[in-house]
Design a protein around this ligand. Structure first.
Ligand SMILES: Nc1nc2c(ncn2[C@@H]2O[C@H](COP(=O)(O)OP(=O)(O)O)[C@@H](O)[C@H]2O)c(=O)[nH]1
Ligand SMILES: [Mg+2]
Length: 356
């Protein structure tokens, strides 16, 4: 899973990226997103999950492998970019690779004045919409020309989908809110439109700012829960040793870094869940979309497991940890044999039986 970090210049994208990935990339620099790949930073982050920690303590494996998210710090968003020649190519290339975007909104007093996260949210949302709209309009023109030359049913279908998108975008609604048939979304994917991806607002607040007021205004205007964190503090915490961080958090009376919450929120908002595999070699968390059937979940581990799937020996995390050992779970009848139609639940501990 890849998440892009976007936002206006100087909103704290690189600061948050550093905090997430424990990197030390220079903050305060300007990036245009158009010149070179150097403007783009990429890092892999382990998803904090206390359940995996507990399973690891139970099975004492050689290795613990958490789920991961790749974060990409993408500069290059600014007001008016979509009419002044469009978004940079490097920006677009990166955006097409991500599953969703985190939109960082400045919630601290900066060089460009007092914070206005709601306006900034609207500005970016509009830029993304306009970029898609111009892409769709250009495509429509092309298809119309092609239709005049040859008669192909696919072209008519494509035109119908594009028109549906155009109407939706003109009503200022992002494409991820458009109801489409599966084959329509599949066709749409090849156009690589930006508003098709979920956009998660994150308020980056500073000292002396009433962030609860900003956060609730933001949540209502973006019609989804906005995460709030203080990028500067998070970056400091990320650069401390584990010991120091623990002390600091206790002093500040914070249960855990706000970043952890942001990581989990993004996981949930993207409709992802985790299942686990356990054993002496490794305990591991795997990421799958909500409502995935057992064979496809097995495919997340290896394609052979999907191809040769026989059944999934399954026990829920709660049941397993309630009794403390796999043998006890079996004795209690908590271990189930699930077939091809089983829908994997968040926290399932699974052992795939397969034959290839
Ligand atoms: N007060 C305050 N300043 C911040 C915070 N996060 C970032 N900054 C500052 O804002 C400036 C821009 O940060 P940067 O991460 O480079 O923003 P980017 O352009 O979006 O990548 C830098 O001078 C940061 O030190 C924060 O939470 N509070
Ligand atoms: Mg930056």
């Amino acid at each position: 899973m890849q998440l892009g970090i976007i936002g206006l210049p100087q909103s704290g994208k690189t600061t948050i990226f550093n905090a997430l990935t424990k990197s030390c990339i220079k903050v305060g620099g300007f990036s245009t997103g158009s010149k070179s790949a150097c403007d783009v930073h990429m890092g892999v982050v382990k998803v904090p999950d206390p359940r995996l920690d507990k399973l690891t303590a139970m099975f004492n494996p050689k290795k613990k492998v958490p789920a991961t998210i790749t974060y990409v710090d993408i500069g290059g968003m600014a007001k008016g970019v979509s009419d002044s020649g469009g978004l940079g190519t490097e920006f677009l290339t990166q955006m097409h690779k991500v599953d969703a975007m985190i939109l960082v909104l400045r919630g601290f007093a900066g060089a460009s004045g007092s914070p206005s996260p709601v306006d900034d949210y609207q500005t970016i949302a509009t830029e993304l919409l306009l970029s898609d709209l111009s892409m769709v309009e250009r495509r429509i023109e092309r298809v119309k020309i092609d239709i005049k030359k040859v008669k192909r049913p696919e072209l008519d279908k494509e035109l119908a989908i594009l028109d549906k998108c155009r109407v939706h975008l003109e009503a200022e609604k992002p494409l991820h809110m458009l109801d489409l048939f599966p084959e329509e979304s599949k066709a749409l994917r090849s156009f690589q439109l930006l508003t098709e991806k979920p956009l998660l607002p994150v308020l980056n607040y500073g000292e002396g700012v009433d962030f609860t007021a900003l956060q609730s205004a933001l949540s209502s205007s973006s019609s989804q829960e906005a995460t709030a964190l203080c990028g500067a503090i998070e970056m400091d915490i990320a650069q401390m040793s584990d010991e120091e961080a623990k002390e600091f958090l206790a002093e500040m009376k914070i249960a855990e870094p706000a970043l952890n919450k942001m990581i989990r929120t993004s996981y949930r908002l993207l409709g992802k869940i985790s299942f686990f595999t356990v054993g002496e070699d490794e305990c591991r968390a795997w990421t799958i979309p909500l409502n995935t059937k057992a064979p496809q979940a097995a495919g997340a581990i290896h394609s052979d497991l999907e191809r040769g799937f026989i059944r999934a020996e399954t026990v829920s995390y709660d049941h397993l940890t309630e009794v403390g050992t796999y043998a006890a779970a079996r004795e209690k009848g908590y271990v189930r044999q699930e077939g091809k139609e089983y829908i994997v639940k968040d926290g399932d501990v699974i052992n795939i039986k397969f034959n290839v």
